[in-house]
Design a protein around this ligand. Sequence first.
Ligand SMILES: *Cc1c(COP(=O)(O)O)cnc(C)c1O
Length: 360
Amino acid sequence: MNRLANFCAGPASMPTAVLEKAQSELLNWRGTGASVMEISHRSADYIEIATKAEQDLRKLMNIGDDYAVLFLQGGAALQFSAIPLNLLNGGTADYLTTGTWSEKAYKEAKRYEALGLGRVNLVASGDGMDVPAVETWQLSEQASYFHYCPNETIHGVQIFETPKVNAPIVADFSSCILSEPINVNDFGVIYAGAQKNIGPAGLTLVIIRKDLLEQASAWCPNIMNYKNQLENDSMLNTPSTYAWYLSGLVFEWLLDNGGVEAIAKTNRAKAELLYRTIDESDFYSNKVNPKHRSIMNVPFQLANTELDKLFLDESKKAGLLNLKGHRVVGGMRASIYNAITLEQVQSLTEFMKAFEQKHG
Ligand SMILES: *Cc1c(COP(=O)(O)O)cnc(C)c1O
């Protein structure tokens, strides 16, 4: 059976070439007689896999030596706690919210304010369709950090320009990491759960400027302490070894295919085609301010919501999987991460046009 086009928001589609490579190495990794998932994270073979993955990620994102790269567990959601515990330090943290995920991060940080770890300030709050105008942002004078989410996975709201603020910027890149080139030096912390645009669930990347490693709260659990994790090569306890290995294969695949610049071109083309198809019809709509439309997650509504179920049934029959939108937004959502090809998006837009012709 052929692999189908899977538009799931996460865990999401993986590059077929990566899964084939993993399959060929599954039972016996490079003649060692064991699977990667069966060997110690302290073994020389595994250290080689882990180190190579970090080196490749550094190459892909052009990460300098003044940044640490951590391969952690707990998902992006655990970072909602780890960030204030490591960085708040009795000061004030600024949070911009533009959708579900940055709101969750803000609410979690607020709990640490209640515990007396510092202040947490809401800079501005978006409506899930647009980003509040910069002039309305209530920034603190000297924040410990500024937190935002460059790509709201559920609402499909993306901020393409890094905000210009004085504080170190902490950004939840879970659904847009490696989709386009970014300047890592603009950020204090970049974090991302792997299961959207990198690899399988269970691995969380944290890229942190090393001068920010000195201000963790005494309440910060050892396992969440970035400095501790760095000093232990992200192996304070057993890491997600297999997810780390698979993510390494994805990094190799990206490097073999021209890196982030090359994939960004394809990503732009995919998003452009899908939004054009939506905009050219009265049957489909997307309500996000065109300047902030996500190139990774494309929510869209049918004018007649009574056709939603039929759309989902027929798209599934056509080999287009997981197009149901998040309940917060309703309608449909196509997540078109790096592993989704332009041809798969073309199949989707052709299906959408045919469906409109039949039912519009
Ligand atoms: C999926 C997602 C999360 C939550 O990730 P988990 O790994 O499930 O904790 C957080 N932020 C963003 C932007 C996401 O897309």
